[in-house]
Design a protein around this ligand. Structure first.
Ligand SMILES: Nc1ncnc2c1ncn2[C@@H]1O[C@H](COP(=O)(O)OP(=O)(O)O)[C@@H](O)[C@H]1O
Ligand SMILES: [Mg+2]
Length: 228
């Protein structure tokens, strides 16, 4: 596990402008922040405040319009497409509101999928996915497909998939948004535990009771960080 407090992600005055036809939409208007190893950060703000845009940039799914974004002190805009793809697959794990599992694959194969891109051998992929599924309490669901599992179980599989590569940062965008409150609380317990075990989690939510799980909260308003 990486040393605590080492800066992994650093955004400096990042902006993001989208175009809707001829109308500019300034989703981010100068955001600076750091994510350190073993941080537990919640990103809060009303719908449209730029939360998803920010984590897309932090996780290299999208690029800023202006400003700088560094990963472990390397300027991401200098990366080639290949380096960027590798970074995306090895640095980050993703958990989405909609689970985003592949419907035809079993829980085991969904969790093992990122290891195919990482070039891991089949036997090792299976062992690693089994180990992860046991760890998140799904040892008895390995051969179930998403439509044979509850929403909470599907989200746990998605967390397993996010973890399988030992990512530097796990990004979760409204991870409990499609779950009832009891199941949502179980998912939050897993995220809390991952941080206790040394992982780094950045979670988007508009729910302050969920944000309270994190050790640090970033409030976004109209594409800017709100200081209080
Ligand atoms: N691909 C896009 N094209 C145009 N506008 C977008 C796009 N993605 C997001 N936006 C706009 O940018 C703003 C911020 O969106 P988003 O980051 O999704 O906010 P949040 O996740 O906080 O709801 C919103 O006004 C949204 O409509
Ligand atoms: Mg969003």
């Amino acid at each position: 596990m990486m040393a605590r407090n080492r800066v992994i992600c650093r955004a400096v005055d990042v902006t993001k402008r989208y175009w809707r036809g001829k109308v500019a939409v300034d989703a981010l208007r100068g955001v600076s922040l750091e994510i350190k190893s073993n941080d537990y950060v919640s990103i809060m703000g009303v719908s449209g405040s730029g939360k998803s845009t920010l984590i897309h940039i932090l996780s290299c799914l999208d690029t800023p319009t202006s400003g700088e974004y560094y990963l472990e002190d390397k300027l991401v805009s200098n990366y080639t497409d290949e380096e960027l793809a590798r970074v995306r697959n090895t640095f980050f794990g993703f958990v989405f509101q909609s689970f985003s599992l592949l419907p035809r694959l079993t829980a085991l194969d969904n969790v093992a999928l990122p290891l195919i891109y990482a070039g891991t051998k089949k036997q090792d992929r299976i062992l690693r996915a089994q180990e992860i599924l046991e760890k998140i309490g799904l040892g008895d669901r390995m051969s179930h497909r998403p439509n044979e599992m509850s929403g909470g179980e599907c989200q746990r599989v998605a967390i397993g998939r996010a973890l399988v590569n030992n990512p530097r940062v796990i990004f979760a965008d409204e991870p409990t948004g499609n779950l009832d409150s009891k199941t949502g609380a179980e998912i939050m317990e897993i995220l809390d535990r991952l941080v206790d075990e040394g992982n780094t989690v950045v979670m988007v939510t508009h729910d302050s009771s969920l944000a309270a799980h994190a050790k640090k909260t970033v409030k976004l308003k109209d594409g800017m960080i709100e200081n209080d």
